[in-house]
Design a protein around this ligand. Structure first.
Ligand code: NAP
Ligand code: G4F
Length: 326
């Protein structure tokens, strides 16, 4: 049996990746940061809370990472932990740099010191393309990050490449475009929309305040994307891969899908609120997943329509359950 350690196990991707690795027969360990509130709701939602082993630690504390690698005896480490919300990266740029950027060096150093044969996955991002330099972004497109988050992730990406080249570590960087699910944090735009649509449909709200709805994203389903992470670590050689659908859609059209699903007109409820504009915007992202298709044999399986409908239905179900509980 193989052992895996996931940092960020309590996040959206951490939950789906745990589920996938358990299905593949792994013993799954997760790094859990100390919080005053419960962060296990996603593992709970998937019914796997008791199937994973949690080890306390923080990306900014290398001693805790060394301890987690020692306890887990992991042969694969998936580094998903991050301050991952772009908006927050302008209000907490130093924290974002320390967790999302330097945190990657902390875990790579822990691997280098303890056992450089451990395979490593870094959760890189399409945010690194930012002000896009090519209409469709591939592994060869130059980067131009537009937020403190994007800058921190670019550091994480390059330190991963550097440890691969310097120390021969099997370290791969997945450049994942936006991926969503019913487990997405409520602050991200898809989930903010699907949650609001459910509340409006059930008479609990009558408006949805958004920022730049002309922004375009290449959205896929998180459940499909975590499979690509695992596939990268099963390759003979480490490498970098773009994971995307190859389609881009405006926030406006994504809203339409969500409202249409419950027979409402988005125009009657959406209010543009400059409060949600960003100091610098990533206007459009569109990924070219050809390399992943050819080398990993990975393909996205879920359409944006199916994804948004899945999310609206999950939010409707969740709210109805809460109402029943009183
Ligand atoms: P997420 O839901 O925000 O999860 C982030 C995870 O990181 C949570 O488990 C969080 O723990 C943990 N974390 C935050 N600060 C930490 C710290 N100091 N020490 C230890 N753990 C810490 O993010 P996600 O959507 O699953 O994304 C997973 C990774 O992929 C992130 O690195 C993200 O930046 C990257 N990424 C995401 C997307 C996307 O579209 N989802 C696209 C490209 C790349 P708590 O639960 O305790 O807060
Ligand atoms: O859902 P978002 O907050 O995601 P964003 O900024 O693209 O970042 C996500 O995807 C990245 C991959 O490219 C990840 F690396 C990152 O960790 C995160 O998961 O915003 C999407 C778009 C933006 O253009 C934003 O300006 O939606 C626009 N938007 C418009 N109104 C809004 C809102 N975004 C949010 N969060 N809230 C709004 O009210």
């Amino acid at each position: 049996m193989k052992n895996a350690l996931i940092t960020g196990i309590t996040g959206q991707d951490g939950a789906y990746l745990s589920q996938h690795l358990l299905k593949e027969g792994y013993k799954v360990y997760g790094l859990i940061a100390r919080r005053s509130t419960d962060t296990l709701w996603r593992l709970n939602y998937l019914g796997i809370e008791n199937e994973v082993e949690l080890i306390e630690g923080d990306m900014t504390d290398i001693s805790s990472l060394i301890r987690a690698i020692k306890i887990s005896k992991a042969s694969e480490v998936y580094n998903l932990a991050a301050q991952s919300f772009v908006g927050t990266s302008w209000s907490q740029p130093i924290l974002t740099a320390e967790v999302t950027g330097v945190g990657v060096t902390n875990i790579l150093e822990a691997i280098r010191l303890l056992d450089p044969s451990i395979k490593f996955y870094q959760a890189s991002t399409s945010e690194m393309f930012g002000l896009i330099q090519e209409s469709m972004q591939s592994e060869n497109t130059p980067f131009y990050p537009r937020s403190p988050y994007g800058v921190a992730k670019l550091y994480g990406h390059w330190i991963t490449v550097n440890y691969r080249e310097s120390f021969n570590i099997h370290a791969s960087s997945g450049i994942l475009f936006n991926h969503e699910s019913p487990l997405r944090g409520i602050e991200f735009v898809t989930r903010k929309v699907t949650d609001a649509v459910a509340k409006i449909k059930l008479g609990l709200s009558d408006e949805l305040r958004l920022g730049n709805i002309d922004a375009k994203r290449d959205w896929g389903f998180a459940g499909d994307y975590v499979e690509a992470m695992w596939m990268m670590l099963q390759q003979d050689k480490p490498d970098d891969y773009v994971i995307a659908t190859g389609k881009t859609t405006t926030v406006r059209d994504m809203c339409k899908i969500a409202f249409d699903h419950v027979n409402l007109n988005y125009d009657d409820y959406v209010i543009i609120d400059p409060k949600f504009y960003r100091p610098a915007e990533v206007d459009v992202l569109l990924g070219n997943p050809t390399k992943a298709k050819e080398k990993l044999k990975w393909e996205p399986k879920t359409s944006l329509e199916d994804l948004i409908i899945m999310m609206v239905d999950a939010d409707l179900g969740r709210i109805k359950k809460q109402q029943q509980r009183g």
